[in-house]
Unconditional design. Structure first.
Length: 171
C-alpha cells in the first residue's frame, strides 16, 4: 500500500511539473537571437495580418501611437527607411497602441496626413506582453527567418542611422 501511495505521489509530481513547464512554453516573449512571437492583428482596414505573412523579408516592427510626440517625430524617418530598403526585401510593420472606438479613423487620418507607406496594425494585450512593450516608440528588427536581431526602445538624433546600420547587416 505504501508503495502505491509513493508511486501516486511521484506520478502526481511529474504531471504537475510537466503541466507547469508546458504552460510557460505557451507564453513566448521576444528575445534577441530567437524567433519573434507570431501574431495576427487587424490592420487599419479591418483585415487580419500575421507576422508570418512577412516571412522572407527583413521586418522592422514599430510600436507607436498617434499621441506619442517621439513616435510622431520618427514617422518621416521611417517613411524614408521603407522607401530606401523596400526593393531589397525590407518592410516596416507599424503596430499602433492607440485605443478607443475611433482609433481606426484616427490612425487612418494620421496615415493619410503623413503619407505612411507601410502597413499599420492595431496592438492587443497579447502582443504588448509578448513583445514586452514598456515604452514607445520601440523598434524590433527581424531577419528574413523572423529571428529578432535588434531591439531599440527610444527615439533620438541617431534613430535613422542606427536602424539603417542594423537593417543593412541582415539585408
Amino acid at each position: 500500500m505504501l508503495k502505491r501511495i509513493a508511486q501516486f505521489v511521484v506520478i502526481l509530481f511529474c504531471t504537475a511539473f510537466v503541466s507547469c513547464d508546458s504552460t510557460q512554453d505557451m507564453k513566448k516573449t521576444v528575445q534577441k537571437g530567437l524567433p519573434a512571437p507570431n501574431f495576427t492583428l487587424s490592420d487599419i482596414n479591418g483585415r487580419d495580418v500575421s507576422l508570418s505573412d512577412f516571412r522572407g523579408k527583413v521586418v522592422l516592427l514599430e510600436f507607436w501611437a498617434t499621441w506619442c510626440p517621439p513616435c510622431i517625430e520618427s514617422v518621416p524617418e521611417l517613411i524614408m527607411l521603407q522607401e530606401r530598403y523596400k526593393e531589397k526585401g525590407f518592410t516596416i510593420v507599424a503596430i499602433s497602441l492607440d485605443k478607443g472606438a475611433d482609433k481606426n479613423s484616427m490612425v487612418a487620418a494620421f496615415s493619410d496626413k503623413f503619407k505612411i507607406n507601410y502597413p499599420i496594425l492595431f496592438a492587443d494585450e497579447n502582443i504588448i506582453d509578448s513583445y514586452q512593450i514598456i515604452s514607445i516608440p520601440t523598434s524590433v528588427i527581424l531577419d528574413r527567418d523572423g529571428v529578432v536581431i535588434h531591439i531599440y526602445s527610444s527615439y533620438g538624433m541617431d534613430f535613422e542611422d542606427h536602424l539603417s546600420k542594423e537593417i543593412e547587416k541582415v539585408l
